[in-house]
Design a protein around this ligand. Structure first.
Ligand code: NDP
Length: 487
């Protein structure tokens, strides 16, 4: 299976290659097979991408918002028309089951382009009346924005960053994770086909050093990262000397609180979605599932039964519900956490083993895993695992659950399951998280702000809130009378 792109990078409206850059391969995580060979960008190539973006940006920003929006909406239509092909490539690059990529990856990239394309013409400043004088504000583009992505939702991450950036009149340079380099390039091709001027959206491949060069590049006006907390700290440090704004979408250890009165099957469905979708490789996953003591045992029994029906297998088979982990290293890391969970005294309810599948011997498969009897101090309850490992913790009363849920350095997401909606709102208000759900989990429509608090991040993606992060305000004071000067 091959998914070789026509070049490693996309600069100034066409593919680019520089074989001086470090060679790397993209592997199909289900087999280990090489699907593409690429080169990382050299520093000169990164400079070239930033220069192409800087050259293209003023004319793009000078268009009317509706004109920019039309290009983005056309790109959304092309993505939807090519969804099957794009989903297949995303599955080859990430290993995620095709039944997921068909509905959650390219299509959510299209949603972002459609949404921000739609509001591009409505990005306005305001008028502030001062009696006879007045002030108006201009909401201006920042310039060239950089995006750096993780490997779990490669095309979605590229589009969640590029769509609002472009709608606001910025140009963009994106660096995907080197593990999943392919669909950001296809997004570039599609934007060109949709009529995006050359140089407005560029892709450079590479490792952390390329991301670091972009984050600290004097030609970059802002950087948006989706990645881990340590990388977030490094990217912020790289942007700091230039005082550049950042958006940080980082990791989490999010809680789900299930009260005795919750609908049992919905709460289990939410907890499974919030732990096993994308083979557990989702930043907002609710990996600490606090279940009230009255429901706890029934919850565990049904959770075990439902988890054991999950179909692991060939990611390209539409019946498969769970594909492999993205890499052998990630699988080994997750297996290490499973061992730590056992050693620290958690009870393994189900799963816990790597899976060998006939015909997929080189794959990074792992069983969906549930631990019960987890206590707050255990490693698996404190650290982000980024794999299909759910920890179930028991609680007695509401205040105790909230306090324990909040006792983490992360604050990305949280969920509450209860039939008492008054309690639902009360509890959500006290949870320290940027993105929360009542009686569901992990739904992230483009219309809603998404992002974290505490060490999980800064800024918001999606929704009108993203516009604030890709524009700056200029305030214009207009005098209507003579200058009143003491001199
Ligand atoms: P990493 O933090 O390892 O990498 C993220 C990106 O940053 C990659 O493209 C990486 O390149 C790059 N990078 C690494 N070092 C640097 C550096 N010094 N300067 C600039 N860029 C750098 O994350 P993963 O790719 O492993 O993704 C998993 C993490 O992402 C998890 O913590 C997860 O929670 C988080 N995440 C957050 C989301 C959110 O929206 N909040 C969504 C999805 C994931 P390279 O890959 O080549 O090292």
């Amino acid at each position: 299976m091959k998914a070789q792109p026509r070049g490693s990078h996309y600069i100034g409206g066409s593919y680019a290659e520089d074989t001086d850059g470090r060679a790397f391969e993209s592997h199909y995580p289900a087999t280990g097979e090489v699907i593409a060979r690429l080169h990382a960008a050299t520093p000169a190539l990164v400079d070239k991408a930033v220069a192409a973006a800087r050259a293209a940006q003023p004319a793009w920003a000078a268009l009317k918002g509706v004109e920019r929006g039309r290009v983005l909406r056309r790109a959304a239509d092309i993505i939807r028309a090519r969804n099957a092909e794009l989903s297949r490539i995303e599955t080859l690059d990430t290993g995620k089951a095709i039944q997921e990529t068909l509905v959650a990856d390219a299509s959510s990239a299209a949603d972002a382009l459609e949404y921000f394309g739609g509001i591009a013409g409505a990005i306005t400043g305001e008028h502030i009346d001062l009696g006879s004088d007045f002030v108006y504000t201009r909401r201006e583009a920042l310039g060239v924005c950089a995006g750096i992505g993780a490997w779990n939702y490669p095309m979605q991450i590229a589009a969640w960053k590029a769509a609002p950036a472009l709608a606001c009149g910025n140009a963009f340079v994106f660096k995907p994770s080197e593990m999943t380099p392919l669909t950001a390039l296809l997004l570039a091709e599609i934007l060109t086909e949709a009529g995006l001027p050359d140089g407005v959206y560029n892709v450079v491949q590479g490792f952390g050093d390329v991301g670091g060069q972009l984050a600290g590049h004097p030609g970059i006006a802002k950087v948006s990262l989706t990645g881990s907390v340590p990388t977030g700290a490094r990217v912020m440090a790289a942007a700091a000397p230039l005082i550049r704004p950042v958006t940080m979408e980082l990791g989490g250890k999010s809680p789900i609180l299930v009260f005795d009165d919750a609908d049992l099957e919905s709460a289990i469905g939410g907890a499974m979605l919030g732990n096993f979708y994308s083979t557990g490789q989702i930043c907002s996953n609710g990996t600490r599932v606090f279940v009230q003591s009255g429901l706890h045992d029934r919850f565990l029994e049904r959770l075990k039964a439902r988890t054991e029906t999950i179909r692991i297998g060939d990611p390209l088979d539409p019946e498969t519900q769970m594909g492999p982990m993205v890499s052998r290293a990630q699988r080994d890391k997750v297996m290490g956490y499973v061992e730590t969970g056992k050693n620290e005294g958690a009870t393994l309810v189900t799963g816990g083993d790597a899976v060998q599948l006939q015909g997929f011997e080189g794959g990074n498969f792992i069983q969906p895993t549930v631990f019960s009897g987890v206590t707050d101090d255990m490693t698996i309850a404190r650290e982000e695992i980024f794999g299909p490992v759910m920890s179930v913790l028991k609680f007695d009363d509401e205040s105790e659950a909230i306090e324990r849920a909040n006792s983490t350095e992360f604050g990305l997401a949280a969920g509450v399951f209860t039939a008492d909606l008054t309690r639902g709102h009360r509890v959500v208000a006290r949870l320290e998280a940027g993105t929360t759900w009542i009686n569901t989990y992990n739904l992230t429509p483009v219309e809603a702000p998404f992002g974290g608090v505490k060490r999980s991040g800064i800024g918001r993606e999606n929704s009108r809130a993203a516009i604030e992060h890709y524009t700056r305000l200029k305030s214009v004071y207009v005098a209507t009378g003579p200058v009143d000067s003491p001199y």
